[in-house]
Design a protein around this ligand. Structure first.
Ligand code: ADP
Length: 300
């Protein structure tokens, strides 16, 4: 069982031939809405890979919130830990894509930024029953610290995806993190090391490991992922060569799918990463966040 503590967004995408200039109106060639938010994406990825998944988070008192709760439930995700906050809007992302494939994104965090710090305690049963607790940095931080602390106490392994990038991941969060999974940009922001070659990559992974975690994984887009484990084992697990059309939710798919195959003692880390690479290579060949996340049968 996996518990995800994180964000839930409704993604609204609008396609235009070209971006409007300030003050200008352009006509769209289409609109599209789908489930998103890093937390929800990772939960969906883990669930579609076959894991039992509990969610801890919040939506607002609006139709987007009802819709997102319904989407997660239809995936078979346990949403008992998803609060409806009466004074908040559900998190939303407004994405404009032009004919050249360039996109501009505006995000309203809403309820995602107002998860009560005690919510993980209310959902303590879900955490106690879990092998892994996964979180990102797209919500307020206190409930994540509380959830990871409870997870540690019950022997669950905690996985932090430090996204979006923060120069300083709070010490109180690192202190309860077992595995950290940044992408290349996030790894650079955290470590201050520019990843330009194999040597700097190994150095960045080593620096992440020195933050006190048991495992560090840096995802590298079309190159795959590099890991560094406590026992000194490290290496690159190459990506699958595919034609990418939209990399939205690539990292989220990687994390959810990888966690669904990982042993809590990280003994099969390279094998789980290979599964994550395989899953996300399917995601990048399709448009959108949650609609593009594959199921176990397809991944295998
Ligand atoms: P994020 O989406 O968080 O920026 P990455 O871009 O590093 O994360 O992608 C996460 C994972 O998705 C990679 O480790 C890789 O397995 C897969 N992936 C991303 N882009 C591609 C690509 N162009 N071809 C194949 N796999 C990809």
């Amino acid at each position: 069982t996996i518990t995800v503590v994180g964000s839930i967004n409704l993604d609204r995408t609008i396609r235009v031939h070209r971006m409007p200039a300030p003050g200008e109106t352009v006509h769209a060639s289409g609109v599209f809405s789908a489930g998103g938010g890093k937390g929800a994406n990772q939960a969906v990825a883990a669930r579609r890979s076959g894991a039992a998944v509990n969610f801890i988070g919040a939506v607002g008192w609006d139709s987007a919130g009802e819709h997102m709760r319904d989407l997660l439930e239809r995936e078979g995700i346990d949403t008992a830990g998803v609060l409806t906050l009466e004074d908040q809007n559900t998190g939303q992302a407004y994405i404009v894509v032009d004919d050249g494939g360039e996109n501009s994104i505006m995000i309203h965090g809403g309820a995602n930024q107002a998860i009560p710090a005690e919510q993980p305690h209310v959902c303590a049963n879900a955490i106690t029953a879990s092998d892994f607790v996964i979180a990102q940095l797209e919500t307020n931080i206190q409930p994540v610290v509380e959830a990871f602390t409870l997870a540690r106490r019950s022997g669950a392994t905690t996985i932090l995806n430090p996204a979006p990038a923060l120069e300083r991941v709070p010490d109180e969060l690192l202190a309860v993190t077992d595995v950290i999974v940044p992408n290349e940009t996030e790894a650079q922001v955290i470590t201050g090391i520019d990843v330009v070659d194999d040597e700097s990559l190994a150095r960045a992974a080593g620096r992440l490991h020195e933050l006190g975690v048991q495992g560090a994984i840096i995802t590298l887009g079309h190159r795959g992922a590099y890991y560094h484990r406590d026992d000194g084992e490290s290496g690159l697990v190459p990506a699958f060569p595919v034609e990418a059309v939209d990399t939205t939710a690539a990292g989220d798919t990687f994390i959810g799918a990888m966690a669904s195959r990982l042993r809590p003692d990280l003994s099969n880390l390279a094998e789980a990463i290979r599964y994550g690479n395989k899953a996300s290579s399917l995601t990048v060949q399709r448009y959108g966040a949650q609609p593009s996340i594959p199921r176990a049968a397809e991944i295998e």
